[in-house]
Design a protein around this ligand. Sequence first.
Ligand SMILES: *Cc1c(COP(=O)(O)O)cnc(C)c1O
Length: 230
Amino acid sequence: MTTVDHNIIDNIRRVSRQIRSTAHKYQRSADDIRLLAASKTFPISAIRVAYAAGQRLFGENYVDEAIEKIRPLSELDIEWHYIGPIQSNKTRKIASHFTWVQSLDQGRHARRLSEHRSGLPPLNVCIQVNISAEATKSGIAPHELEGFAESISSLPNLKLRGIMGIPVKESCFERQRQAFAKLARAYNRLKNQGYSLDTLSMGMTGDMQAAIAEGTTMVRIGTAIFGQRQ
Ligand SMILES: *Cc1c(COP(=O)(O)O)cnc(C)c1O
């Protein structure tokens, strides 16, 4: 194995340890926090190494790049999550190659994904929620969440699992927590309305600890596992 391979293995162990220790610190069970490896721009070989180290959830952002990896790795027991912006003309490919889509924020995409998913098990989806409207475009506003969730529920081949959020980059821990607390409130509001959800996807390399403090159930980690993207 190469140095890069060893680093990926060490990195996964370190991130997993950090998840356990941070969960403990905030009186949470680490079993309630899944680790998704965000593998965009990294080669198949890196994914194989991570898989050999026990990693099973992988997230990709670019459809065509993703399919080039998903096809040759189809014999592996990987749960593939689409986490990038959705384009209408890619919904068929997304629906047929992924089992999860975390970046759903438009009704027309939801309808197309459901259509293209017929004959397969339901596609697991998270609604992307935008709690920093002025800084980013992706995601729906928290006040639109209820209506959007309701429209998704009527689609036969989608299964709503929860919400996903990407707060703007912020280095202050307390401010990171405030952003994640907003997402957690949106998630809990939906649950209180009777939706049975299990996924609050939030936290990346730079803010994983704050996300754990605020109740994340899935952290999406790229840099801390695979290294800097070029
Ligand atoms: C790239 C990416 C990540 C991982 O980001 P890192 O900062 O490298 O950990 C997580 N979520 C989404 C949606 C991404 O695009």
